[in-house]
Design a protein around this ligand. Structure first.
Ligand code: NAP
Ligand code: F7E
Length: 413
């Protein structure tokens, strides 16, 4: 048994016993970054800040935000999320982890706010004083960015500046993750890595390039800990229903349930490097645990056409896609990104990040998810895979069935 001889040592032992090693990492980090203090000051840090790491997530109601919130809660964080005020509920993806904030054990807190409004962001940063900020909020749909280029620039590009500036002006020391995107590479030939020059092909891609550089600028100008995760497409049963993978798997479930007969798509020949979203949010957290901020490309290193996704998904569900899928030019983009393929060697080397879910497995997870959400019996391979490959923070029941049933209810009702 450890012998403790001072209040500080006792507090340290208690922190280590009750929480994970993050608490001590935080202490060591503060020691390195703050003026040398005495034992009393260190003890205050342990008691006031160390038992809980505080994270702030913009875009917590989105696909990635919801998985990241689950991951951080599983690691013992207190999680704060920015949500947009809407006249309808927009928290379907996080309802299963939400508890009344009056509950003493509550560790998830939601705050109204918007990336369009800097003053509110300053309030939030100042009052929450987060240890880590994850900027996942964005107008994230590429086709929508052609229709709403100005709005996309305001939220996806300038919203990042507003948040970085809120952190800078509030004087809060925090680590910052910027959700950068493979769309920034655009027409740059594959494979794409951290050295590949950007050539965006949409207002969304251009806005993300701006946000990427502004994060680097705050790092260089003010010494802030800002890291960019340049993530390639990542999907899941929680993917928004207008992105192509989910549009396909959701249509399959509706066809099987007799609610839909045709699926209209745009360009079937574009190639994407698709991975499984919960694995990608792990890389976000890993980036902020590094000693120094840096930028990382994250993807599987395998690329497939939309046509291949359609074929794999329909075959898995026992359907003939030729009978159901038609091309409608209205879904084709004014400028396309033809071929994305990640070279993630740096992330593998420095973060130890490696994907565990293959393209074929991803398709199965998504088809099962959509079938179950409509009350159909799925072939079940996807559910089995997740049970085998993931730990406790990421469960089939809350990540797929409950969650999607609620969303379907909202959509259909
Ligand atoms: P998503 O599902 O579309 O979620 C976007 C989130 O941003 C939602 O929570 C949305 O809130 C929020 N948001 C939109 N406008 C906002 C505003 N004005 N102020 C505050 N929040 C706002 O996106 P995702 O797939 O989770 O992606 C997360 C981030 O990673 C995004 O920045 C995206 O651009 C980027 N990214 C995604 C991928 C991918 O393959 N998924 C790859 C690379 C980068 P509502 O729920 O209220 O709409
Ligand atoms: O399109 C083609 C479309 O909308 C993929 C976002 O998360 O990933 C996402 O952007 C491909 C494109 O994703 C339809 O032309 C064909 O070639 O699913 P998507 P995206 O544009 O790659 C990046 C990494 C992000 O950062 C973004 O935030 O599929 N496609 N037919 C279609 N796409 C859609 N949406 N709908 C169709 O009917």
């Amino acid at each position: 048994m450890a012998v403790t001889s001072s209040p500080l040592q006792e507090a340290r032992a208690q922190v280590l016993g009750n929480h994970n090693e993050l608490s001590l990492v935080a202490l060591e980090y503060r020691r390195a970054t703050e003026p040398p203090g005495n034992e009393k000051c260190e003890l205050r840090h342990l008691q006031v800040r160390c038992p809980l790491q505080h994270a702030l997530i913009t875009g917590i109601t989105g696909q990635d935000g919801s998985y990241l919130a689950e991951l951080l809660l599983s690691k013992g964080y207190e999680v704060h999320g920015v949500i947009r005020r809407a006249s309808t509920f927009n928290t379907g993806r996080i309802d299963h982890i939400y508890v009344d904030p009056h509950t003493p054990q509550a560790r998830l807190f939601l705050h109204y706010g918007d990336l369009s409004t800097g003053s509110r962001l300053i309030d939030l940063i100042y009052s929450i004083r987060p240890d880590e900020v994850y900027n996942l909020g964005a107008q994230s749909h590429v086709m929508v960015s052609f229709e709403n280029p100005e709005y996309t620039g305001d939220i996806t590009a300038l919203g990042t500046t507003r948040l970085l500036d809120a952190i800078h002006r509030s004087g809060v020391t925090t680590r910052f993750y910027q959700a950068s995107s493979s769309e920034m590479f655009g027409s740059a030939p594959p494979p794409q890595n951290e050295q590949t020059p950007f050539h965006p092909r949409s207002p969304y891609g251009a806005a993300k390039v701006y946000a990427y550089w502004v994060a680097i600028n705050y790092r260089e100008a003010y010494g802030m800990f800002c890291s960019n995760g340049v993530l390639f497409n990542h999907e899941s049963p929680r993917r928004g229903p207008t992105f192509v993978t989910r549009k396909i798997t959701r249509a399959i479930a509706h066809i099987l349930a007799g609610k839909q007969d045709k699926l209209y798509l745009g360009n079937l020949e574009a190639k994407r490097d698709w991975g499984y979203a919960p694995e990608y949010v792990e890389s976000m957290w890993q980036m902020l645990q590094r000693e120094r901020p840096d930028d990382y490309v994250v993807g599987t290193g395998k690329s497939h056409t939309i046509r291949e996704f359609v074929t794999e998904a329909f075959e898995y569900a026992g359907l003939d896609w030729g009978k159901h899928v038609s091309v409608d030019d209205r879904y084709k983009r004014p400028a396309e990104v033809d071929f994305l393929l990640a070279d993630s060697k740096k992330a593998e080397r420095e973060l130890g990040w490696k994907p565990r879910v293959s393209f074929r497995e991803l398709v199965r997870i998504m088809v099962d998810g959509d079938m179950e959400s409509l009350g159909l019996t799925s072939p079940g391979e996807g559910a089995r895979l997740l049970r085998e490959k993931f730990g406790a923070w990421h469960q089939w029941n809350n990540c797929v069935s409950d969650n999607l049933k609620a969303a379907e209810g909202a959509l259909l009702g």
